[in-house]
Design a protein around this ligand. Structure first.
Ligand code: 26V
Length: 807
């Protein structure tokens, strides 16, 4: 704590100013006169990073001294966004940083804005991992995040004539000022080759190919820097720079070929979060970072403990989805082949450490790896997977009874990674109450019957530091005035503002904060995209990956139907709206890309209509990312959470919007259910079929054409799209989309359309009463304590990991 005080003292503006100046000169090698914005950003980042280093070491010492059980969060994705502003906020030195930059004649906001997002994730799953890192450091869980240091994060999205174009992302072309390369932590990771039986009975895997995993550490400071964990990302390196034989012949291109191949492993993030492609490189990425992480944590354990069988007392590994599920067989392999344990004991030790989070029930998104590919790339693991499968069968079934296909890890020539993860894990969790319930009733029904205590719920949460204090200073300072500081780490305190929903003065100030954010978004759209919007209109926002199940299509169809109605009936009471969309489609997901084009086509048509301009605008800023979310969410009046019930495991954007005082229009899906329980039915617009009703409708042979025939409004819009009203240059453009809607409509857009349209008209009516709307907005923010990821992490710490949460 002495060091903390020291660090605090150094943050006095003058000291920070000196530190920035020294870094500019001696780390960056620039004078103040010659420094670019990026140079200033590097200098400030380095100066701020310095403040984190002492508490980081202090945390490490505490963990060793107390011999704490550690959490290892294994995730293919960490969607962390920008780090400078976040570190400054967590350390509580924003005033100092602003003043220091001001004295140099540099605009702090521009410096912060210069940082590229670390976009090492696709969407919800990756952003959840980033919120968990923040919360683990804030509540004091000894934790390491383990992932891949992708050279290229999620692609950049451009629109060309309204179509999505993907461009490579390049965040590492500039120095990443937050990381420390750890040359001492480098491990060889093998692939392919053969498995041999030694004379002494031991099994050895002799890989054909070896790649090095090199560690890069980023400190993760919690609130006020009281605890600092580590995010360790692995970069792939060749074992040797040149192949000696071609090198000695002077064939330098051939000599460098193996190195190029090795380094492709950490080259790029796979941008598909809907359908696993079964690509060999993806499998190699999964094994690469999982194996490196396990090596690292076993080494750390063995350095201070004698008995490897006690690993579960000190180690909790969390598998973020099935992407690191190879951890089961790999840990068994380490224990059997390298530490000499018997298989049965090794399996129990491994299972004592492992925990698995499921993030989707959609059959097409569940990972399966072809058995022949697995034998080729990971022969020893494939042997062990067979062994695990058999052992599980023996332990759970009477000897001469046939085993149901549903509990086989290996089935139909594939390894089912969800089943492997379930069977290898001590605890398995879903990410909302509804999702966990559906896990038990659907995908994991038979495994749940065999292991009834294994599945638990841990409803997702988001960090209120980034998603309220950081992105919404206007609301944050009002909240601090109302409840005092402390809500940043104890979000339940916001409950205190619930009675103030009936206080006209408080409502006015709450609405003023919202208007401030809407004005900022209006300026942002003008400055970055040259789009003009009316900041007094309702800001109605749907931001998330483009997926059929998320039903951006239903949103845009309803927008078109509302437009038709406005034209038919000019005096109808439509609330003026700006309907904002944001999100990327997987590059190979043709229907999602067509939906993007449709939104842009309908937007072009509607926005050109003078008659409706005062009531409806459709805006789709390209390249939605974490930083854009930080501008959009605080400015939202209406949050669109309209997935087909039963399909969105949780959602986390829904929580961010509600926290920032937006009202939700949504289905009873994922965490929307839990949001409704807290804000109350009067303060949320729920519509549409429930999960059970969706299942029932499908069983009864749902016919979308009947739903279209029964809805004149929907029929009109579908016909307009089919006839090319929005795409006169190519009337056939939406043939596939329209055919799918009329003939298939798996996601029940047509079934829910009328209910959605009606709910939107209720929204219009509610908007007309500004007082009542503001009251509801306050009553959305007030009960959001439950959705802090601090609550989620404490839940995992207690029910899953059995670790201390104490700074
Ligand atoms: C899936 C796949 C499939 C294999 C290829 C690569 C890849 C990459 C990512 C994913 C993730 C899909 C699952 C996912 O992101 N689920 C989301 O998790 C959020 C956090 O729990 C949750 O809020 C969202 O509802 C859920 O869709």
């Amino acid at each position: 704590h002495g060091l903390q005080a020291l660090a605090r003292a150094r943050t006095a503006s003058g000291d920070l100013e000196n530190a920035i100046h020294d870094h500019l000169l001696y780390s960056i090698g620039k004078t103040t006169a010659a420094a670019s914005l990026a140079d200033w950003r590097m200098a400030l980042s380095r100066a701020v990073r310095d403040l984190v280093v002492d508490p980081w070491f202090e945390t490490t010492r505490r963990i060793y001294a107390e011999d704490r059980k550690r959490v290892y969060y294994l995730s293919m994705e960490f969607l962390i966004g920008r780090l400078l502003e976040d570190a400054v906020l967590n350390l509580g030195i924003e005033d100092h940083a602003r003043r220091a930059m001001y004295r140099f004649g540099v605009n702090y906001d521009e410096v912060v804005d210069d940082e590229p997002d670390a976009a090492l994730g696709n969407g919800g799953l990756g952003r959840l991992a980033a919120c968990f890192l923040d919360s683990m450091s804030t509540v004091g869980v000894a934790a390491y995040g383990y992932g891949i240091r992708y050279e290229h994060g999620l692609f950049k999205q451009r629109f060309r004539e309204g179509w999505q174009i993907e461009q490579p992302e390049d965040w590492l072309t500039q120095v990443h000022p937050w990381e420390f390369q750890r040359s001492e932590s480098v491990y060889p990771i093998g692939f392919g080759g053969e498995v041999r039986q030694k004379e002494d009975g031991r099994t050895v895997w002799e890989p054909a190919e070896t790649v090095l995993a090199a560690a890069y550490d980023t400190p993760v400071p919690g609130w006020r820097g009281r605890w600092v964990n580590t995010l360790r990302l692995w970069s792939a390196q060749a074992t040797q720079v040149y192949d000696l034989e071609p090198f000695s012949r002077g064939d330098y291109l051939a000599a460098a070929a193996p190195a190029v191949l090795a380094e492709t492993i950490s080259r790029v993030l796979y941008p598909d979060d809907s359908t696993p492609q079964g690509k060999e490189l993806r499998l190699k990425q999964e094994f690469f970072f999982t194996a490196a992480s396990l090596r690292d944590l076993v080494r750390r354990f063995v350095a201070h403990h004698k008995d490897i069988r006690k690993l579960p007392e000190k180690v909790a590994v969390q598998l973020n989805d099935t992407h690191p599920a190879i951890a089961g067989p790999e840990l068994v392999r380490i224990l059997v082949d390298e530490h000499g344990l018997e298989f049965d004991e090794a399996f129990l030790v491994a299972r004592g450490c492992l925990h698995y989070t499921n993030h989707t029930l959609m059959p097409e998104a569940l990972e399966r790896w072809p058995v022949d590919l697995m034998w080729r790339v990971l022969p020893r693991h494939m042997q062990l997977i067979e062994r695990i499968d058999e052992a599980h069968a023996v332990s759970t079934h009477a000897a001469n009874q046939p085993r149901p296909d549903s509990v086989k890890i290996i089935d139909g020539g594939n390894v089912r990674m969800g089943d492997l993860a379930f069977i290898s894990a001590r605890k398995v969790n879903g990410v909302s109450a509804l999702h966990t319930d559906l896990m038990k009733r659907t995908v994991f029904r038979d495994l749940h019957a065999l292991h009834p205590d294994r599945i638990v719920n841990q409803t997702n949460g988001v960090t209120p530091r980034r998603w309220l204090a950081g992105c919404n200073p206007a609301l944050a300072s009002l909240l601090t005035e109302a409840v005092g500081h402390g809500w940043e780490t104890d979000l339940e305190q916001l409950k205190v503002i619930a009675p103030l929903a009936d206080d006209a003065g408080f409502r006015t100030r709450f609405s003023k904060a919202k208007q401030t954010n809407k004005d900022l978004l209006t300026k942002y759209l003008k400055a970055k995209l040259d789009i003009t919007v009316d900041p007094t209109a309702m800001f109605d926002i749907q931001i998330k990956r483009i997926h059929e199940y998320k039903r951006q299509l239903m949103n845009i169809l309803e927008a078109a139907a509302a437009w038709n109605e406005m034209k038919r009936n000019p005096s109808a009471p439509f609330a003026p709206r700006v309907r904002i969309f944001g999100g990327k489609a997987a590059p190979g997901y043709a229907m999602a890309k067509l939906i993007i084009k449709l939104i842009n086509d309908i937007g072009r048509t509607v926005n050109a209509d003078e008659e409706t301009r005062d009531r409806l605008a459709i805006v789709y800023p390209p390249n939605y990312n974490v930083s854009m979310a930080e501008v959009l969410i605080p400015a939202a009046d209406l949050s669109e959470q309209i997935s087909t019930a039963g399909m969105e495991a949780s959602g986390t954007g829904n929580m961010k919007f509600a926290m920032n005082g937006a009202l939700t229009i949504g289905t009873l899906d994922g965490a929307n259910v839990e949001i409704r329980e807290r804000v109350g039915d009067e303060n949320i617009f729920i519509f549409g079929k429930t999960a059970d009703e969706v299942t029932e409708a499908r069983e009864q042979g749902y016919d979308p054409s009947a739903a279209i025939a029964a809805s004149p409004r929907l029929a009109e819009v579908v016909e307009q799209i089919a006839s090319g009203l929005f795409s006169p240059e190519d009337p056939e453009r939406y043939r596939a989309l329209v055919d799918n809607l009329r003939g298939h409509d798996w996601f029940m857009v047509c079934a829910d359309f009328d209910a959605y349209y009606a709910a939107q008209r209720e929204v219009d009516a509610a908007w007309a009463d500004k007082n009542a709307w503001a009251r509801s907005a306050v009553l959305n923010t007030a009960p959001m304590g439950w959705f802090s990821s601090d609550r989620t992490i404490r839940g995992y710490a207690k029910d899953v990991w059995e670790v201390d949460a104490r700074v």
